[in-house]
Design a protein around this ligand. Structure first.
Ligand code: VGL
Ligand code: ZN
Length: 211
């Protein structure tokens, strides 16, 4: 059993219409995260949301590269990149955070992926592994010690956020039943390996006791 305290923060990743059923990059069973996240969020005094937020013509979109299809790999200036369907374009309905999330006490929305030529799965650091969103500094300045991660998608933005939280020195938990994976080219197995190598605790929401 883990009991959230004042030094714990829940990071809810990318629960946006484009990742939900009917969205441009719908995560299989993505809608199933909403109920557990709403339940969990009530146990946390402190919650941060992330929002995938790309400009039109973003480098991670297959449509930005001639003769490329979604889910293919490409080499960008910082390394290999999965190409995606256009999604979470700034200001569009698909980029909005689901109105079914019931977390009025969320304290910060951190947007990411807004640089035209760099993707950002992680809420902490962009895919070039250099550019920071400022989130680690924010969490440290506020005195948090443990980070709990949930949302979409487990094998990309949730995993990378959890890995970067651990790398930044936070004790990090990923709440598996409050997350769902995209699953492309072995991405889920790879994420699970990376998470366990980094010492991220994988737990179920039943292991979190409400305050
Ligand atoms: C995500 C692919 C592209 C995610 C965002 O939220 O996991 N995945 N952009
Ligand atoms: Zn994206």
């Amino acid at each position: 059993m883990v009991k959230p305290s004042d030094q714990d923060i829940l990071i809810v990743t990318d629960v946006q219409y484009d990742f939900l059923p009917g969205g441009a990059l719908a995560v299989p069973q993505g809608g199933a995260v909403i109920e557990p996240i709403n339940r969990l969020a009530k146990a946390f005094r402190h919650v941060v949301l992330t929002q995938d937020w790309h400009p039109k013509g973003h480098a991670s979109f297959a449509s930005s590269h001639p003769d490329r299809q979604p889910f293919e790999m490409i080499d960008l200036h910082y390394g290999p990149q999965v190409l995606w369907p256009d999604h979470c374009v700034q200001g569009t309905p698909g980029a909005e955070i689901s109105r079914e999330l019931d977390i009025p006490h969320a304290q910060l929305v951190i947007r990411k992926g807004y640089n035209l030529d760099i993707d950002s799965y992680s809420g902490f650091k962009e895919a070039d592994r250099q550019t920071s969103t400022g989130l680690a500094g924010y969490l440290k300045e506020r005195g948090f010690r443990r980070v709990f991660c949930a949302g979409l998608a487990l094998d990309f933005c949730v995993a990378w956020t959890a890995l970067d939280a651990a790398a930044a020195g936070f004790e990090t938990y990923l709440i598996e039943d409050a997350s769902r994976a995209i699953g492309t080219n072995g991405s889920l197995a790879r994420a699970q390996n990376d998470l366990s190598a980094a010492g991220v605790h994988i737990i179920g929401s039943a292991q979190l006791r409400s305050a």
